[in-house]
Write a protein that binds this ligand. Structure first.
Ligand code: AMP
Length: 279
């Protein structure tokens, strides 16, 4: 596995790979890798002749007071995991390489990114769109792989690549979960013992929503009420949002019909967790 933090070196490597006729698969991450990330890497390895992974804790997608500084950065462990997955290239840039002195260009999606998480983390998706635009320009992948765990992010990025004419296919893969249903996340490491146990209620709330809807309930307010009740079992819960929206445009629904996203963002023990299901 080649490891580099240099944009110019990555571009040179990719030129050679493309010249040899290999397809390029790309998995962008912020590191602290877990089985969720690895599911994307494995799909890329299966599909593509050359697999690139980036690890970059992108400062511009964190708001003031968020966890940029304390975000876990277990680089050695991540590197070993990627070597085991037979990744070809690990791009591991510094902030100065990505945002050198004088940097002043940002990419903003202005419709899908303004609701759900965008309502609580105002510049988050602008930071995501900016870094992913840069990464797609640096790596030039044929396919880029993302997780449904960040459904809104994937939808925003699908929009971005269409709007900005990137010749890349976006693949979105299912959420990998713990035994109790908790979605794997690098931030789960922040959870203490009892908060970790409580965090399982988030998936239970999503499942209770699904079973209500399966049994014919079509009123989003009633379903959300039942979810709030489930989540109230978590003593430390602070709900940012629980939403049932049209999965294509993320707008609120009066009646549950069509392709629906049930999404939540809840602080458990001070740790902001997100999860979702699609029906
Ligand atoms: P992150 O390192 O949190 O920026 O995530 C990098 C990629 O991994 C994103 O596309 C995430 O949606 C995806 N991802 C994170 N957690 C999971 C999970 N539990 N299952 C599947 N994909 C995930």
């Amino acid at each position: 596995m080649i490891i580099t933090g240099r944009v110019s070196k990555v571009k040179k490597i990719i030129r050679e790979v493309v010249h040899k006729g290999k397809s390029v698969g790309f998995v962008p991450t912020m590191g602290a890798l877990h089985r969720g990330h690895l599911s994307l890497v494995r799909k890329a390895r299966k599909d593509c002749g050359f697999v690139a992974v980036s690890i970059f804790v992108n400062p511009v997608q964190f708001g003031a007071g968020e966890d940029f500084k304390r975000y876990p950065r277990p680089f050695k462990k991540d590197k070993l995991m990627l070597e085991e997955e037979k990744v070809d290239l690990l791009f591991y840039p510094s902030s100065a390489e990505m945002y050198p002195k004088g940097y002043s260009t940002y990419v903003d999606e202005i419709y899908l990114s303004k609701v759900l998480c965008g309502g609580f983390r105002p510049d988050h998706f602008k930071g995501v769109c900016t870094v992913v635009t840069k990464l797609l320009n640096i790596i030039s992948p044929d396919t880029a792989y993302f997780g449904q765990k960040d459904y809104q992010q994937a939808l925003v990025l699908k929009r971005l690549v269409v709007d900005l004419n990137f010749p890349v296919k976006i693949e979105v893969l299912p959420i990998v979960r713990e035994n109790d249903g908790l979605a794997l996340s690098s931030r789960n490491a922040y959870l203490g013992f009892s908060d970790r146990k409580d965090a399982g209620y988030l998936y239970a709330a999503l499942q209770s929503a699904k079973s209500l809807i399966d049994r014919g309930q079509r009123d989003p307010r009633k379903v959300i009420k039942a979810m709030r009740e489930k989540i109230s079992a978590i003593k430390t819960a602070k709900i940012d949002y629980i939403k049932i929206v049209n999965a294509r445009n993320l707008r609120d629904l009066k009646k549950i019909e069509g392709k629906v996203l049930i999404a939540l963002a809840v602080f458990v023990g001070g740790v902001r967790l997100i999860d979702n299901i699609i029906l």
